[in-house]
Design a protein around this ligand. Structure first.
Ligand SMILES: Nc1ncnc2c1ncn2[C@@H]1O[C@H](COP(=O)(O)OP(=O)(O)OP(=O)(O)O)[C@@H](O)[C@H]1O
Ligand SMILES: [Mg+2]
Length: 236
């Protein structure tokens, strides 16, 4: 039996807005085996980004637990959690979250700074990956001087450059034209074949259906009936 690399046990994330409680994630249990490529789909507002942030340890559930590589995230100190984020996971945010005053190259180098890569190696690794993503002639552009699709690829490069064990990506092809979207999809498939575990939010049916190994549908913060939270064998 394969043990999961990532597991959510009955997690919720509730937001209090005055008298109203928004149940953005409402009791999700999900286990991801190493090497899976999971597509999270669902209507706008169904809780996809909220769930992704919880799984990545960037947000804390209101109740329930997230386990990653055998560690319970709520047991980690702030330092251990920072280390987990810097070294083990890559995250592509729906809104990119690039550092505005830094160039594309510097944004990607920053991920290598945080994971302790020697200064001498940072430039080459960052430049190589950006070039592979078609941005070789945009290295010195700040985010404001890049198109949405270009910023998205910088965000992807920043997540991938540290060679994480799990890639979390929120709509990584959302701003791309067909050709670039296909190129990114193929890159993700290749990385997944090489062993990268991927959890990806997408509205792109082709990407979900043709590339992912499993699709999980969210509906009002819950996993929709009929979708399994776990594709592998599981102990009773
Ligand atoms: N900080 C917050 N305070 C209150 N409600 C929030 C907050 N963040 C998200 N929500 C609500 O939680 C629900 C889930 O939001 P989330 O961003 O996870 O949806 P999503 O599935 O990613 O949607 P989209 O496809 O539009 O990106 C939404 O109804 C949203 O309005
Ligand atoms: Mg979202």
């Amino acid at each position: 039996m394969t043990s999961p690399i990532l597991e959510a046990r009955t997690i919720t994330r509730h937001y209090q807005r005055g008298p109203q409680t928004v149940k953005a994630v409402d009791g999700v249990s999900l286990a991801v085996a190493p090497g899976e490529f999971v597509a999270l789909v669902g209507a706008s507002g169904s809780g996809k980004s909220t769930l992704l942030n919880l799984l990545a340890g960037l947000d804390t559930p209101t109740s329930g637990e997230v386990y990653a590589a055998g560690m319970r995230l709520s047991d980690l100190s702030a330092r251990q959690l920072a280390d987990y984020r810097a070294n083990r996971i890559g995250m592509v945010f729906q809104t990119f979250n690039l550092v505005p005053h830094r160039s594309a190259l510097a944004n990607v180098e920053l991920a290598l700074y945080f994971n302790g890569t020697p200064r001498a190696d940072r430039h080459d690794q960052a430049a190589r990956l950006l070039t592979e993503l078609g941005l070789g002639d945009r290295l010195d552009h700040v985010p404001a001087d890049l198109s949405g699709g270009e910023q998205q690829r910088v965000a992807l490069a920043r997540a991938l450059v540290k060679e994480p064990s799990i890639l979390f990506a929120d709509e990584p092809t959302g701003n791309l034209d067909h050709d670039n979207s296909e190129r990114i999809a193929e890159l993700l498939v290749t990385l997944n074949r090489d062993g990268l575990t991927i959890v990806l939010v997408t509205h792109d049916r082709h990407l979900a259906a043709r590339r992912a190994t499993r699709t999980v549908r969210l509906h009002y913060g819950r996993i929709a009936d009929g979708d399994s939270g776990w594709a592998g064998e599981v102990a009773p």
